[in-house]
Write a protein that binds this ligand. Structure first.
Ligand code: TYD
Ligand code: MG
Length: 456
C-alpha cells in the first residue's frame, strides 16, 4: 500500500517538486511552491498503461461540434456574463468584496433554478438558520433547493455523488478543507485541492458547480492563480459598497464571450436586474462642473455612459496619482502624452481620477475622457453637460478609434446628449439625429476642441 505523499506545487505554473524551494524550478517564480497531495497511481497504471493504450487523434472535421446545452439561471442579468446560462458540468468561480452580494445573488439564482432542476446550496460560512433567514427576506423561503452546511470536502463530494443535484453552489471555496492535507482551510494548498476535486466531480457527473471566492485587498481572487485555470468561467462582482448598483463581469469564459456585463440593483428584497443600465453611472449635477467628462464605454453589447471625474490640485511634496475604477499605469501614460503632445504639464500637481458608481473601466477607449477631464480640472473650466467623449490615446499623441463607435453615439443621442468629441476614424458616415459630432486626430486638437466648448 502506498501512502499519500506530499508534493509541492507551483501556484503559477503547476509544476511539482518533491521538496519545498524558494523558487519554482520550472518557471522561476519566487515563493509560489505550496504543499499538496501527490496523486496515487496504481502499479499497473503507471507501468503498463502507456504501452497498452495508445491515444489516437481524430481529424477535426470529423468531430461533431455541438453547442453546450445551457440552462438559464432565470435571472437575465446573470445569464449575460455567463454567456447565456449555465452549462452542465461547467464550473464557475465568482469573486467579489465581502458584502457585495455574492451569497444573495446565488441564493436567488438557486431558488429560481430549483423550480426546474434539483439545486443544492452548500454553505460553509453561514449556518442553516442564517441562510433560511436570508431566504425569507428574499421571499424565496418556500423554494425546493437543498441546503447543506458543511466544510469537509470528502463529505461534500460523497453527498454530491449520492444526491446528484443539477446545480450546486459552494459558498465559499476558502472555507472548505480536505482531510488529505494538513494545512488550514483557506490556504493555497487547500483551495487548490478542493477546487480541483470539485471540478473533476462536476465533469464526471455533469453537475454545474458555482464556487464563491474571496478576493484579496488588491481585488484579485484569493488563492492560487491556477484556481482560475482549473475552472471554466471566472466572474467578478463589482460595485461601490455605497451605491446600490452591482456589476458582474466575466473575465474568463470557456463557453462564451467575456466582458459581457450583468447589471443589478441591490434592494430591500435582494438583487434586481437592471433593464436599461446605460444612464446609471452619471452623477446628477445642478450645473456644469470642472473636472467631469462623460464617457461612453462599451464592453459587451451594451453601451454604458460613465462620468469620469478628475481632480487636479497643487501638490505638496511628491505629486500623487490615484485612480478609482481605472488603471493607474494608464493615467501615468496619459499625463506624459498630455505634456509631450499638448503642452499640458501636471508634474507639480496631484491627480485623482474616479469613475462614478464604482464601475471598473478596462477598455482604452476611456483615455480621451480621462485626458479631457484632467485638462478641465486643471484649467477650472467645465465641459458642457451634454457632451460625450470616447477614444484611445496613443503614445505619439494620436487618437485611435474605438470599436462600435456608431452604437456609442446612438446611445448617447438617445439619452439626450447633443455633442461628442470622438476619434476622427469613428466619424459616422451619415449624421446621427440630435448629436453634433466632432472628430479629432490628435490629443492637442482634442484639447483645443474641448476648450472651445468649455464654459468657465
Ligand atoms: P451578501 O450576499 O451577504 O454578500 P457576500 O456574500 O458577497 O459577502 O450581501 C449582503 C449585503 O447585501 C448586506 O450588506 C446587506 C445587503 N442586502 C440587501 O441590501 N438586501 C437584501 O435583500 C439582502 C439579502 C442583503
Ligand atoms: Mg457570503
Amino acid at each position: 500500500m502506498s501512502r499519500n505523499k506530499t508534493v509541492y506545487l507551483c501556484s503559477e505554473c503547476g509544476a511539482d517538486s518533491p521538496k519545498w524551494q524558494g523558487q519554482c524550478p520550472a518557471c522561476g517564480a519566487w515563493n509560489t511552491l505550496v504543499e499538496s497531495v501527490a496523486e496515487m497511481k496504481s502499479e499497473s497504471q503507471s507501468r503498463f498503461l502507456s504501452l497498452s493504450s495508445v491515444a489516437k487523434a481524430q481529424p477535426l472535421s470529423e468531430i461533431e461540434a455541438r453547442e453546450a446545452a445551457r440552462v438559464s439561471t432565470g435571472i437575465r442579468e446573470f445569464d449575460r456574463p455567463l454567456g447565456g446560462g449555465l452549462v452542465a458540468g461547467g464550473v464557475a468561480l465568482i469573486g467579489g468584496d465581502p458584502g457585495i452580494g455574492k451569497s444573495t445573488l446565488l441564493l436567488q439564482t438557486l431558488a429560481k433554478l430549483s423550480e426546474r432542476v434539483p439545486a443544492l446550496y452548500i454553505s460553509g460560512e453561514e449556518s442553516s438558520e442564517q441562510v433560511a433567514l436570508r431566504a425569507r427576506r428574499l421571499g424565496v423561503a418556500a423554494s425546493r433547493m437543498g441546503l447543506l452546511t458543511e466544510i469537509n470536502l470528502e463529505k461534500i463530494l460523497a453527498f454530491l455523488k449520492s444526491e446528484r443535484p443539477a446545480v450546486a453552489v459552494v459558498d465559499s471555496i476558502q472555507t472548505l478543507w480536505s482531510e488529505q492535507l494538513h494545512s488550514a482551510p483557506g490556504s493555497v494548498a487547500q483551495v487548490r485541492e478542493c477546487a480541483a476535486q470539485l471540478t473533476r466531480l462536476a465533469k464526471q457527473l455533469a453537475i454545474t458547480i458555482i464556487l464563491v471566492g474571496h478576493v484579496t485587498k488588491e481585488g484579485a481572487l484569493a488563492g492560487p492563480r491556477i484556481l482560475e485555470h482549473i475552472v471554466d468561467t471566472v466572474l467578478y462582482f463589482e460595485g461601490d459598497a455605497h451605491s446600490s448598483f452591482r456589476l458582474i463581469r466575466a473575465f474568463k469564459n470557456r463557453f462564451g464571450a467575456v466582458n459581457e456585463l450583468g447589471v443589478f440593483a441591490m434592494t430591500e428584497t435582494g438583487l434586481k436586474s437592471v433593464d436599461n443600465p446605460s444612464a446609471l453611472f452619471l452623477s446628477q449635477h445642478e450645473r456644469d462642473i470642472p473636472g467631469a467628462a462623460i464617457l461612453v464605454t462599451q464592453e459587451g453589447v451594451r453601451p454604458l455612459l460613465v462620468e469620469i471625474q478628475a481632480l487636479v490640485d497643487g501638490a505638496h511634496g511628491n505629486p500623487r496619482r490615484l485612480t478609482v475604477g481605472l488603471d493607474a499605469q494608464r493615467l501615468a501614460m496619459l499625463l506624459a502624452v498630455l505634456h509631450r503632445h499638448a503642452g499640458i504639464a501636471c508634474f507639480d500637481q496631484d491627480v485623482f481620477i474616479n469613475a462614478v458608481g464604482g464601475v471598473r473601466i478596462i477598455e482604452p477607449a476611456a483615455d480621451l475622457a480621462v485626458a479631457l477631464a484632467i485638462v478641465s480640472s486643471l484649467k477650472n473650466r467645465a465641459l458642457p453637460e451634454k457632451l460625450i467623449v470616447f477614444g484611445e490615446v496613443g503614445l505619439a499623441g494620436e487618437i485611435r478609434p474605438a470599436p462600435r463607435g456608431q452604437e456609442r453615439l446612438k446611445e448617447a443621442a438617445k439619452l439626450g446628449f447633443s455633442h461628442a468629441i470622438i476619434p476622427k476614424a469613428n466619424l459616422p458616415r451619415r449624421p446621427i439625429p440630435g448629436i453634433t459630432v466632432t472628430g479629432v486626430a490628435r490629443i492637442d486638437e482634442a484639447v483645443t476642441c474641448a476648450a472651445n466648448f468649455s464654459v468657465s
